[in-house]
Design a protein around this ligand. Sequence first.
Ligand SMILES: [Zn+2]
Length: 107
Amino acid sequence: MKFKSGDRWKSSKSELKYRTWRKNVFELNKRKVGLSKWYVCMKCKLKRKTTRILHAHHIKSWEKFPKQRYNKTNGVVMCKKCHYKFHRKYGYEALEKPELLNEYLGG
Ligand SMILES: [Zn+2]
């Protein structure tokens, strides 16, 4: 993992909360896109039946918006490639400015 996940898990309880959040984000993604069988990357529209190469990205960053960490509407599904590209493109700026994501997804 590239995104400083190292000290993220202070307890198995928070890991469980994270897993639940992730699952909810994916469920929401399915329903939002309206394809009951597919998860969709919100950037390149890649479709997959499993979440294996898909990531749940925090719209408002984990680091800067602790209260939004487990809010399922604070998540967006992207494939691994688009997720990495986003972080490469915006770097630390993305942590401070959630609106950069809209720019990225819209562009
Ligand atoms: Zn993608």
